[in-house]
Design a protein around this ligand. Structure first.
Ligand code: AP5
Ligand code: MG
Length: 200
């Protein structure tokens, strides 16, 4: 055992596969998958004070305030099971969140190995999320809210692409293949940076 553990961030528009691929990547490397959206939806389900405050914003597909998201996500990153390794999904999502994450990481002497950007055209996103909306419980998977979430991504999150490209950690992945094809593309790229732990 021992050795360095993967610290990665999944970046990409709504429906690009951050959750699907982030879970697989986390399992492959034996680190927790930390999804800001899942965490926020759990707060809503549990009816916590935070969940009650966030519910309308989630339903509209707008962003939760940076301070609040920073507080809950940075806490997760520093939790005992995550320290040293994690796959973050959906956070950081604004330049302000990325700056806060960077400040904290610097204080703890850690950096991301890779920021995995899943690239996929808007028509395919709409199709995937509309299908999921017909089957599932996500209140933000209605056609109008899906479009709004894509606009919010373009306005507030896509600037992170340059932010991480300038820091030389961006791995651009074609997100349009099958789930297994995308997983294979991610693994082949990341295994060069940090091989997954070998099972004894
Ligand atoms: P979040 O939960 O992060 O949602 P999202 O970014 O809109 O993305 P999704 O979870 O819908 O898509 P995904 O990229 O994970 O794709 P998935 O794998 O599910 O955020 C929700 C809300 O929380 C935000 O709108 C905001 O309000 C709030 N929030 C969260 N983080 C925040 C932050 N940091 N700051 C402020 N607010 C924040 O795949 C999508 C579908 O496609 C699935 O059905 C899947 O099965 C299917 N699929 C996946 N890959 C493939 C493939 N290769 N081929 C075919 N189908 C596929
Ligand atoms: Mg997701």
């Amino acid at each position: 055992m021992g050795g360095e553990r993967l610290r990665a961030l999944m970046l990409g528009p709504p429906g690009s596969g951050k959750g699907t691929q982030g879970q697989r990547l986390a399992a492959r490397h034996g680190v927790p998958h930390l999804s800001s959206g899942e965490l926020l939806r759990a707060h809503v389900r549990d009816g916590t004070v935070l969940g009650q405050a966030a519910a309308d914003t989630l339903r509209r597909g707008d962003l939760i305030a940076d301070d609040l998201v920073n507080r809950i996500m940075l806490e997760q990153v520093l939790a005992p099971n995550a320290i040293g390794g994690f796959v973050l999904d959906g956070f950081p999502r604004t330049v302000a969140q990325a700056t806060a994450a960077y400040d904290l990481a610097r204080r703890h002497g850690i950096t991301f190995h890779a920021v995995v950007l899943l690239e996929i055209p808007p028509e395919q996103l709409l199709e995937r999320l509309t299908v999921r909306g017909q089957l599932s419980q996500r209140v933000d998977d209605t056609p109008a809210t899906i479009r709004h979430r894509i606009d919010v991504y373009l306005d507030h999150t896509s600037p992170l692409i340059d932010y991480y490209r300038q820091r030389d950690v961006l791995e651009q992945i074609d997100g349009t293949g099958t789930i297994d094809e995308v997983t294979a593309a991610i693994n082949s790229r990341l295994d060069h940076l940090l091989p997954p732990p070998t099972v004894p």
